[in-house]
Design a protein around this ligand. Structure first.
Ligand SMILES: [Zn+2]
Length: 333
């Protein structure tokens, strides 16, 4: 099969199962992803760098920015439904302060951070690289919409990508079904099945952005904001499939040397992103990755958006999702 035929299939076969769905089984073991042995052995009450006590999960050198006492934020109370927000009223002042310190210093490393189990290190690398080849092949824009079944098919059909092995598929499943409360993310689960897909007839490509928006509320709101803010505004990320979110999350976890807590403070785990149901990110044309940093606050575009009155953001300052402040992430619904 050549690339053109594949792309045609990608756009016309959104309701067709590609050679049968992979048979998914849920892992009964509780969160096998998470390191089973404590990685931090330093006295948590002493704010000293802990890099010597972190085990070997390191793709890049770690710079310890700060250390958080291990008390941190506790698990959500058992009476809360899985995926609901933590009940911050149950936390004492010190716990609240610890929680806020984490999301305000989202890229720092804290002693109570949870790491991916080191036995997944090579799988993380292998799977992330394969996903990168899939994205490179299908293109960045189209990858935003790619379903899990389409991902499997691309691996099977193109030797340059290579089929996803059973170990990689089990790993992806474990990432998807792990309970992210365990590592400090408290947002809702949006998609319950890893094979959930975005119907291609429900989206529109937004010109000059390389991204797509769901028709209806998302597209209308984006157009209204663009109209009110002006030509300097751009869509920096629109609707994202589970596969796209998975790739982003695994890449972020690699950047964080396996630190799942740190990764999830700035990126929702797959299945938990509201980009799957209509949220989108906006920025200033020409600002590149700075649109996802505090630099964005300095732009006229941000000031205009903040003054509009009708725009709601998903992750406000000091939110209860365990996520950094994201003024560029527009909330739908
Ligand atoms: Zn976003």
């Amino acid at each position: 099969m050549d690339k053109r035929a594949f792309l045609e299939g990608f756009f016309t076969a959104s309701t067709v199962a590609f050679g049968g769905h992979f048979m998914w089984r849920r892992i009964s073991q509780q969160d096998p992803l998470i390191a089973s042995t404590a990685r931090i052995t330093a006295d948590p009450s002493v704010a000293t760098p802990t890099h010597e006590t972190i085990e070997s999960f390191q793709f890049t050198p770690i710079e310890i920015v700060s250390v958080q006492p291990a008390t941190g934020i506790p698990q959500p109370a058992p009476s809360l439904n899985p995926g609901t927000n933590i009940d911050i009223t149950r936390l004492d002042d010190q716990q609240v302060a610890g929680y806020l310190r984490k999301i305000r210093n989202f890229d720092a490393i804290f002693a109570s951070d949870i790491y991916l189990d080191a036995r997944y290190e090579s799988l993380l690398l292998k799977t992330t690289q394969r996903l990168a080849r899939v994205e490179s092949y299908i293109g960045h824009g189209n990858f935003n919409l790619m379903s899990f079944d389409e991902m499997l098919r691309s691996g099977r059909d193109f030797s340059w990508i290579g089929g996803f092995g059973a170990d990689e598929l089990n790993f992806l499943e474990e990432v998807f079904f792990a309970n992210p409360n365990r590592y400090g993310f408290f947002g809702k689960k949006i998609s319950t099945e890893i094979t959930d897909s975005i119907p291609k007839q429900d989206v529109t490509k937004v010109s000059n952005s390389g991204h797509f928006l769901l028709k209806g509320e998302s597209l209308n709101l984006y157009r209204q904001i663009k109209n009110d803010v002006g030509e300097g505004l751009i869509l920096t990320s629109g609707v994202r499939s589970i596969v796209k979110q998975m790739h982003l999350f695994l890449a972020k976890t690699m950047d964080a040397n396996g630190n799942l807590s740190r990764a999830s403070r700035s990126l929702a785990p797959p299945g938990h992103s509201y980009h799957g149901v209509g949220d989108f990110d906006i920025g200033k044309i020409g600002y590149g990755v700075r649109n996802f940093t505090a630099d964005f606050f300095e732009t006229d575009e941000y000031r205009k958006i903040a003054a509009l009155g009708y725009v709601d953001i998903r992750y406000p300052t000091d939110n209860l999702f365990g996520v950094r402040f994201e003024p560029w992430h527009i909330k739908i619904g």
